[in-house]
Design a protein around this ligand. Structure first.
Ligand code: FAD
Length: 823
């Protein structure tokens, strides 16, 4: 094992072995992998996973990780037999709702380039004869799905890593992690101490215990999950080999199936979630399979009935084996990848299925060795969770819910039921009085629309919606949108993440990280992106210069933790820069619309004229009695301000503006209107329109790049791309039928071929068009080009339009005078 290593990997399951293999491939061989159990049947989850691999996921990243894993497992060719059986898969629909969902999922498959097709119930039953065709609406057939032999694959990956010099040691338990000066220094094990610059936690359900050793919260909980195999079935008699039939998912009953020779395997998520405390996981001293608990037949009984209804040959069967294993669930169901910003060198690859183990090992190795992974991993970023999501009760409640919902059909705007009300801003009570319909985001209660505004609805507007687009939506959003365009609207922006950067090194630090010019006059607001080495957009935010050495960064609520971690990771070691999260200290109201100046002017004696307070600048002002910092910016494309006040003044700020606004028809507005306003104006949303995989040039944000300002992170990649010209471009599409409103991720086709997918979509109530954005190859991206978007299996014509659709010359926001007559 040795007493020194560049990386110590904890855990020799599928994830630890894959990480070791890929680190070695990238040239890092001074690596030790330790496991408390024997190598390779370690007793972890990998040891008992039946290995079904359904690659398709609503996330392109997660799908890419699965595709890479399937290819890798197949390519490895372990000496004991195949690592991957490419059997194909069927996801069957036994309800019209599921059948519609499968059509939507086919759209995802097309968007991510995974070959798949919808087939009839009869055809499904022909491919898997155990399936009863009656009652089947059809199935989604993914030909390249299959089954991994997880232990076989892990052992083969480990052997390949060992050949390059990686050391593996079983029967060695990690008992402590030494941290000093904010860095990992050593790993203490039952077989001795290993000095290490980096530790990579691949400890599966034990992950939180390892995290605690370093003072890092890992938000996952083990949940029990049961899997049985039947005695040989007459219907499978004579089957040669381990598996030849496609794997099956019956999501209407939260179940899955695979063949084991003449027997059949059945898994179910259908019972109540059985969460286990990490401290209660049995130890290796007690059992060789500590991740397995006693099988509880009462929880599995309904699943056996549902199995027999789907596959009559499974009625009254005898079970050959029945296990109750544990694996990890996080609050949002996604993996935990990356380095802790609190403890440098403390890396994590947790809550990963066998399905994604190969790809996860690859990207985490890239991240360690090269500093940036080759894929956009923001949805899996360890640092995406806000403080409440790291508390034990939250982890348990949300982990259990993820188990319940694992096969459910979830609408993108479906709010979670529990826990709610965790982050309530100072406007919350006023919003409730106005009938706010709240959606949870990053723990905040955020109004989507206000029922009180139903009275403002124009009966001819907007066009009726149908299907999914009509869910979790209200036409009231149209009235709120119009209020912002025609009068004035008040938006609660308190959830924005607010970060203060200060100190003698602050300017240099920001110059090095951002692509726009930060050396600006005081009070200037600058829109900028922070790029990775590949030129991809890691953060998208504004920076306001508050002093020579003091800056205020404003970014979205959802992106906030990610952005904070990125900024912390790049802080200089010399202490010349202080970075402080001041989010909770400030509330914020967006006051926008042609009457915004009149409304604010009624309660503010400061000079709000265009000359004194120009666009993209900040001023200290007084609103009634409330001291505030106002920024003349707009994410909705209208004249107005973001007004920041210390949180305890929030209620007074709302009341003052509300009263001043009444003569002008000031209207409270929610997230649904906000989204429609921003998309008409072409403002990109980080996480969907722009991500670490997209550069500013591809995203149409070249106007915010200052290549001549000096070196900055990502500059070299941008220069290369500028010389060659980007190969794809973010474009705006207008759908031919304005009643068809997309939700995002739908495939975009040109001449019948998929060329991209929708990153954002909604209806623009001012322009009267159904708008979608997406990246298209430059040859398909010219204005006027015709494309189609596939939505729930149907294709809808669309045209590439000049963007933004609304006020392309920014006349509204930069308005010096515009002010409507009092209504
Ligand atoms: P593990 O395989 O658990 O490895 C973690 C290792 O860390 C263990 O070997 C453990 O001994 C070691 N370790 C922990 N603490 C220490 C310590 N202090 N010191 C030293 N070593 C330590 N996934 C799929 O993709 N498809 C499926 O069909 C599927 N079916 C499943 C069915 C069941 C019943 C269960 C329970 C899980 C299933 N999964 C499936 C999930 C899958 O098994 C896991 O997500 C995956 O195996 C996790 O791999 P891992 O390497 O992260 O963890």
């Amino acid at each position: 094992m040795g007493d020194q290593a560049r990386v110590v990997i904890i855990g020799a399951g599928i994830v630890g072995c894959s990480a070791a293999y890929h680190l070695a491939e990238l040239g890092w061989t001074d690596v030790v992998v330790v496991d408390q159990g024997p190598l390779y049947h370690t007793g972890g989850s990998t040891s008992h996973a039946p290995g079904l691999m359904f690659q398709l996921n609503a996330s392109p990243t997660v799908t890419a990780l699965a595709r890479y894993s399937a290819d890798l497992y197949e390519r490895l060719r372990p000496s004991e037999g195949p690592g991957y059986y490419r059997t194909g898969s069927l996801e069957v629909a036994t309800s019209p709702t599921r059948w519609a969902e499968l059509k939507r999922k086919l759209g995802h498959a097309l968007s991510w380039g995974l070959p798949a097709e919808l087939i009839s119930g009869q055809e499904a039953s022909r491919i898997v004869p155990l399936l009863r065709p009656e009652g089947l609406y059809g199935a989604l057939h993914v030909h390249s799905d299959g089954v991994a032999r997880a232990v076989r694959v892990a052992a083969t990956l480990a052997a390949a890593a060992q050949r390059r010099g990686v050391r593996f040691q079983g029967g060695t338990m990690v008992t402590a992690i030494e941290v000093a000066g904010g860095r990992v220094r050593a790993v203490v094990t039952s077989a001795g101490r290993i000095e290490a610059e980096n530790v990579l936690v691949c400890a599966g359900i034990w992950g939180p215990a390892i995290g605690r050793m370093a003072g890092v919260a890992l938000p996952l909980t083990p949940v029990q999950h049961q899997y049985v195999t039947t005695a040989p079935l007459a219907a499978l008699a004579g089957q040669i080999g381990e598996i030849s039939q496609p794997i099956v998912r019956h999501q209407d009953r939260s179940m899955y199936f695979r063949q084991h020779g003449e027997s059949y395997g059945i898994g179910s998520y259908g019972h109540q979630p059985l969460v286990v405390e990490v401290a209660d996981i049995p130890s290796h001293q007690v059992t060789p399979t500590p991740s397995v608990l006693p099988f509880t037949a009462e929880h599995f009984a309904p699943a056996l009935r549902h199995a027999a209804a789907l596959m009559p040959a499974l009625a009254n069967i005898e079970l050959a084996t029945a296990i109750n294993g544990m694996f990890s669930f996080t609050p949002d169901g996604q993996s935990l990848l990356g380095e802790s910003p609190d403890v440098r060198g403390f890396w994590v690859a947790e809550a990963v299925w066998v399905t994604h183990g190969g790809g996860t090992g690859k990207v985490i190795a890239e991240w360690l060795v090269e500093g940036t992974p080759s894929l956009d991993l923001h949805e899996l970023d360890l640092n995406r969770f806000h403080a409440h999501a790291l508390t034990h009760p939250y982890i348990i409640a949300r982990g259990a819910q993820q188990y319940r919902e694992v096969y459910d059909i979830i609408h993108p705007l479906q709010g979670m039921d529990h826990p709610r009300g965790l982050r309530r801003g100072p406007f919350y009570e006023r919003q409730k009085e106005l009938g706010a319909v709240f959606l949870e985001g990053a723990g905040w209660e955020r109004p989507q629309w206000f029922e009180a505004n139903a009275a403002l609805l124009d009966p001819n507007q907007p066009p009726a919606r149908f299907g999914w687009a009509a869910r979790n939506w209200s036409p009231v959003a149209a009235a709120e949108h119009r209020a912002a365009r025609e009068r004035a609207a008040l938006f609660d922006l308190s959830p924005f993440t607010k970060l203060e950067v200060s100190g003698p090194g602050a300017l240099d630090y920001l110059q090095r990280l951002t692509c726009n010019q930060m050396d600006t006059p005081l009070s200037k607001v600058t829109y900028t992106a922070l790029l990775n080495e590949r030129g991809g957009i890691e953060c998208d935010l504004t920076v306001t210069r508050l002093g020579d050495r003091r800056f205020l960064i404003l970014t979205g609520a959802a992106a906030g933790r990610h952005d904070l971690a990125w900024l912390r990771r790049h802080l200089p070691d010399d202490g010349s820069v202080t970075l402080t999260d001041v989010t909770s200290g400030w509330c914020c109201l967006g006051l926008w619309g042609p009457a915004a100046r009149a409304v604010l002017g009624g309660v503010c004696a400061d000079d709000l004229s265009d000359g004194a307070f120009p666009y993209f600048s900040a001023r200290q002002i007084t609103v009634g009695y409330v001291p505030a910092l106002a920024l003349r910016v707009s994410y909705v494309g209208e004249l107005g301000w973001e007004i920041y006040a210390p949180t305890e003044y929030g209620a007074a700020l709302w009341e003052t503006l509300w009263e001043a606004g009444q003569p002008w028809g000031l209207t409270a507005a929610g997230g649904a209107a906000f989204d429609s306003l921003r998309l008409e104006k072409g403002y990109r949303l980080w996480g969907s329109d722009i991500t670490p995989d997209h550069t500013p040039y591809e995203a149409g944000l070249g106007f915010a790049v200052r290549l001549r300002k000096g070196d900055f992170l990502g500059r070299a990649a941008l220069i290369r791309q500028k010389e060659q010209g980007p190969r794809r471009r973010l474009v705006a599409l207008a759908l031919d039928d304005p009643r068809v409103v997309l939700l995002g991720k739908e495939p975009i086709l040109s001449a019948g071929h998929v060329v991209g997918y929708v990153t954002s979509a909604t209806y623009g109530y001012t322009v009267g068009q159904s708008i979608a954005y997406g990246y298209l190859p430059t040859e398909c991206a010219a204005e006027g080009a015709r494309v189609e978007a596939q939505y729930f299996g149907e294709r809808h014509g669309a045209i590439v339009v000049r963007e933004p659709l609304y006020d392309p010359h920014n006349q509204r926001m930069t308005s010096a005078t515009a002010e409507p007559a009092r209504p």
